[in-house]
Design a protein around this ligand. Sequence first.
Ligand SMILES: [Zn+2]
Length: 250
Amino acid sequence: MKRVSLVLIALCLLAAAGIAETLDISALQGAEEAALISEAPWEYPLPYELLEDNDYIVLANKTHLLDEQYIPPDLVKLKCRKISSDPIQMREAASEALSEMFDAAKEQGITLYAHSGYRSYRTQKTMYYNRLKKNNGKDDGVVAYPGSSDHQTGLGIDVINKAGIGKRFTSAFADTKEGKWIAENCWRFGFIIRYQKEKEELTEITYEPWHLRYVGVQVAEYIRDQGQCLEEFTAEWQAAVAAYKAAGIQ
Ligand SMILES: [Zn+2]
């Protein structure tokens, strides 16, 4: 009997120690969270949750190459007006936003056509090397290097007007009523003009008023208001997140 009660006491002590340990850990965690909040207030104009783990703001360029294996998770066929009979694919949210934009444009007498959406790494690679061959082995910047194309994200889309069908795309599209409408309104549907004229040095891509990129409405509005390109926006929000995290660890 004596032995049993000793064992019981020992068990009780162990259990008490276990509870104390649990309490200590949770108290510590609470303190850590409090420190994170008080030492590092989130002051960036967009919510933290909107930026972390948001794959709609992925950057693809010569210094941020997408993986050869990267295929966007939720590609769907576009339902909006398009110029070719071949299906065009985009990520679901981008496809829906594009349809909404085309409908809104149509209501104002503007007819838009989707031309080229998602492009696989392999397709881009073929296009790139074909262009090199045509251009005596020189990269003239017209076709993006494999992995650097915004089209591989499944969020980029070339949009043109009827007059542009079958013709080479030129920056003159910006002066058409369709081009003007897009520049003015695309942000309302979550799109930005990915390659702006005044940002050529940063994007390293010549002005493409027809190439839209879906980033979501909140981000598109912010980028438009700030007059940024995606490269600038990415550097800015990533610095804000890094500073926030660093301050939280102190
Ligand atoms: Zn494009």
